[in-house]
Design a protein around this ligand. Structure first.
Ligand code: SF4
Ligand code: SF4
Ligand code: SF4
Length: 240
């Protein structure tokens, strides 16, 4: 069954419980952090941090300046750019499961130039394993919710059947619009299994990800569906 996860920024209070629950479940160590003038810490995703809550101040129209939050992690794409790249080295290195989770394994470390428009795959150094959110594959295939969803105190994170999550997201947009007229669903929601509702104007795809890079990878791979090695070479050239 295909599942999906929802993040609704209108309900997020930036407690970072999801960040911590993710580390606990995956036994990822804490990172040494410094005060950089923001509550966002660690500064980015890494081989030790699979999800991070991003903090930003934005112009909120009639609402003035609003403080906005976004839980960033792998989008579990339906056509993952990372897999298109990995297939050039090893077609088993990135696996799309029927749960919708995109999973890495010990073979992924051998893939050269892993990349995606969301800047998700992280490794400590060349040759080390690539690390990212697993959609808690080990939990969801055992009847549990993802650890981050279980811990979220406000209902900003939800998990369920993909069709139900899409319906819920569209419903949440309508609810949020009563207070925030710019509320919308993420522009990529038909392409991913991690769907977002934003109560502010900007779409996080534009803010933190690179739509152009994602499209270039996909186009190059589609052109060379029968020759993943050639596609991977073309992608590396395109991305410089
Ligand atoms: S646990 Fe929920 S409310 Fe807290 S930061 Fe994460 S998404 Fe936001
Ligand atoms: S967000 Fe990036 S790493 Fe995650 S499945 Fe999509 S392409 Fe792969
Ligand atoms: S689904 Fe699991 S691995 Fe992914 S961010 Fe949530 S807790 Fe971490």
């Amino acid at each position: 069954m295909a599942y999906a996860k929802l993040f609704d920024s209108s309900k997020c209070i930036a407690c970072r419980g999801c960040q911590k629950a993710c580390k606990n479940w995956n036994q990822d160590p804490a990172e040494k952090t410094t005060n950089r003038g923001t509550h966002q810490n660690p500064p980015d995703l890494s081989h030790q941090t699979r999800t991070v809550v991003r903090f930003k101040e934005q112009e909120g129209g009639d609402l003035g300046i609003i403080w906005t939050f976004f839980k960033d992690s792998c989008r579990h794409c339906i056509e993952p750019a990372c897999k298109m790249i990995a297939d050039g080295t090893d077609e088993q290195a990135v696996v799309i499961t029927d749960t919708g989770a995109v999973i890495y394994n010990e073979r992924t470390a051998k893939v050269e130039g892993m990349n995606c428009g969301y800047n998700i795959p992280k490794q400590e150094k060349d040759g080390a394993p690539y690390v990212k959110c697993t959609l808690c594959f080990d939990r969801i295939t055992n009847g549990l919710q993802p650890a981050c969803v279980t811990t979220c105190p406000t209902g900003a994170l939800e998990f369920g059947k993909r069709e139900d999550i899409v319906k819920l997201a569209l419903q949440r947009v309508e609810e949020a619009k009563k207070r925030y007229p710019d509320a919308h669903i993420s522009s990529d929601y038909k392409e991913v299994n991690y769907i977002q509702v934003f109560h502010y104007k900007e779409d996080m795809f534009e803010m933190y990800a690179d739509r152009e890079k994602q499209q270039k990878i996909k186009m190059a791979s589609r052109r060379d569906l029968l020759n993943p090695k050639k596609a991977a070479g073309m992608i590396s050239k395109l991305l410089g």
